[in-house]
Write a protein that binds this ligand. Structure first.
Ligand code: NAP
Length: 553
């Protein structure tokens, strides 16, 4: 049968991904009366929280903050049980929101998008699923997540291992039997820092293979009751306003009165500085980012915090040799993601835990019996890959995306990821990325950013009007200008001094560039608003967008 003879369904909007950003986008598009379909590779909602089921997985921004703000009803009705919710509770929350707004009737699960190709004749995205099903859409919104494409290193013999070798980011639904097993964990980033203490409790022996040590701060998780939650719920709107202007988009609730740093770490005396670090250490969590204005910009300021945390690691780990291995030596603190831990360092005091420094003993190969590193075979029954993600672009690269003239998005990015506002690329009309590269993403509350971007996208769709041929994409020079601005901010910071996924370093061959916009959400929002004001000066618009013309006149 010829393809044309097959009925290809057409939607105004196709959304890819049922994480928090995608669900909110679906809610908005439906409310607007647009015909919309959401495709999701998993069998349920929740995005990153659907897939990352590893032992110990929980959010590290307080749940009262790491939640939707768009619906006061959701804010008031939902009750969290812990300061930092565990993964199953976060999935239940996503389910609750999806059910409340009856979103699932427009979601197709178990449907991985394989390609999205822009047809210039019809001004439509031709979207094909792995199953072969094809649909068309005027707008294609990629809510595919910034940390969703797992990174599994290519290591000789990897397929030969006799036991299970789960990745933290693709943990099997049915779980992995770890009780009484010899387990090797590879990696010591945020996922491993959460998983290691839990695995050590049940494994007969745990060997951690560490390439770069992390800096971790106690999370100090605890149960939260209704009285506490009701106090925050009494003025959720007020809290959300503070968050939007806070460093990172969250306040850490005990620091609500100090959401942005106001002083340099070097302008206060040592006593005041240490008192401040002590207060934050005792409170637990990621509030350290908002302690002083210059921790991410001045090496000297940064070292004051690094030295403080190094001393804490020495206190927490009994064996001085192990403590030294766990202390980061070659990058400024906060330039790789700070981890929030529960008994991470104390886990290395256990009899059944061994730490191997891969810098001294690199991994050579995997055999049926275990991992060979530095000439030693670490025999095990299970290998856990906590090796992170192809961040920001990985999920987009895994879809064959082709814009005008058949140009592949991968080729557009071959010399470094580039977008306009982290939202769109020149030559890819009516395709929008949520939490994309070049947006504040990893440095701003991802749910609130997704909500803001959802509003922005809705406005763009509205302004383009009903003309089915109208398209919008950033001008090439707008993209250049945004990249220059973003690169310049990064160059003023300490981020380039670390090898991190923020800079694309963890994926061999990925061009090095800061992938996160560092100019604050307030500034980002202003750029987004200016870009669409007064007739969309930063965009190339085709077709007959009556309402955009009206804005311009
Ligand atoms: P990650 O931070 O990228 O850590 C990956 C770890 O694997 C690193 O220690 C890395 O070492 C190591 N590794 C990678 N390839 C390796 C290789 N070939 N050989 C040996 N070691 C290798 O990944 P992640 O822990 O999954 O965390 C990613 C991000 O997800 C975090 O930064 C955070 O933003 C988010 N996250 C958040 C939470 C939360 O909210 N609670 C939890 C988990 C993750 P190198 O450092 O040397 O590359």
């Amino acid at each position: 049968m010829k393809e044309d003879a097959v009925a290809v369904r057409e939607f105004e909007v196709v959304i890819v991904g049922a994480g928090f950003a995608g669900l909110h986008m679906l809610y908005r598009a439906r409310k607007k009366g647009l015909s919309v379909r959401l495709y999701e590779a998993g069998s349920g909602v929740g995005g990153t929280w659907y897939w990352n089921r590893y032992p110990g997985a929980r959010v590290d921004i307080e749940s009262m903050e790491y939640s939707y703000s768009f619906s006061e009803e959701v804010q008031q009705e939902w009750k969290w049980t812990e300061r930092y919710s565990p993964q199953p509770e976060l999935v239940r929350y996503a389910e609750f929101v999806a059910d409340k707004f009856d979103l699932k009737r427009d979601i197709q699960f178990d449907s991985r998008v394989a390609s999205a190709v822009f047809d210039e004749q019809t001004a439509r995205w031709e979207i094909r699923l792995q199953s072969g099903e094809q649909v068309r859409a005027r707008f294609c919104i990629m809510a595919t997540g910034l940390l969703s494409a797992p990174n599994k290193p290519k290591i000789e013999g990897i397929e030969s291992f006799a036991g299970p070798q789960p990745q933290t980011s693709l943990w099997p639904k049915e779980g992995v039997a770890l009780e009484g097993k010899r387990v090797v964990v590879i990696g010591t980033g945020s996922s491993a820092v959460q998983a290691i203490p839990e695995i050590a409790k049940v494994a007969s022996h745990l060997t951690v293979l560490q390439r770069t040590p992390a800096y971790a701060i106690p999370a100090r998780n605890h149960a939260i009751d209704d009285v506490y939650q009701d106090k925050i719920k009494a003025d959720y709107t007020g809290l959300r306003e503070i968050e939007k202007n806070a460093f990172g988009g969250f306040v850490s609730l005990s620091f609500m009165d100090r959401p942005v740093p106001t002083k340099s770490a070097l302008e206060v005396d040592e006593e005041e500085r240490i008192a401040e670090y002590d207060t934050r250490w005792a409170a637990g969590g990621l509030s350290f980012y908002a302690t002083f204005t210059d921790l991410l910009f001045s090496k000297d300021a940064n070292e004051t915090l690094a030295d403080y945390v190094k001393a804490k690691i020495r206190e927490r780990v009994k064996d001085p040799e192990t403590a030294e291995k766990l202390i980061p030596k070659d990058y400024p603190i906060l330039t790789k993601r700070l981890c929030a831990d529960t008994n991470y360092y104390e886990t290395y005091n256990r009899e059944n835990v061994t730490l191997v420094d891969l810098r001294m003993n690199p991994i050579e190969r995997i055999t049926p019996a275990g991992v060979v590193a530095g000439g030693t075979l670490h025999e095990c029954d299970v290998i856990v890959w906590a090796t992170g993600f192809d961040a920001m672009s990985g999920a987009l690269d895994r879809v064959d995306i082709r814009g005008r003239g058949g140009r592949r998005l991968k080729d557009h990015w071959s010399e470094g990821l580039r977008t306009f506002l982290g939202l769109m690329c020149a030559g890819f009309p009516n395709m929008v990325y949520m939490n994309g590269p070049g947006s504040p993403s990893a440095f701003f509350h991802p749910i609130l950013l997704g909500e803001y971007q959802g509003e922005w996208i809705e406005q763009v769709i509205d302004d383009l009007g009903a003309d089915p041929r109208a398209t919008l994409e950033p001008r090439a020079e707008s993209e250049d200008e945004w990249q220059r601005h973003s690169d310049e901010l990064a160059s003023l910071s300490l981020f380039p001094a670390a090898k991190s996924w923020y800079m694309g370093d963890n994926i061999p061959g990925k061009p090095r560039r800061m992938l996160v916009y560092l100019g604050s959400f307030a500034s980002y929002r202003q750029h987004c608003e200016e870009a669409v004001a007064n007739g969309y000066p930063k965009f190339r618009i085709e077709g007959r967008p009556a309402s955009v013309a009206a804005v311009a006149s």
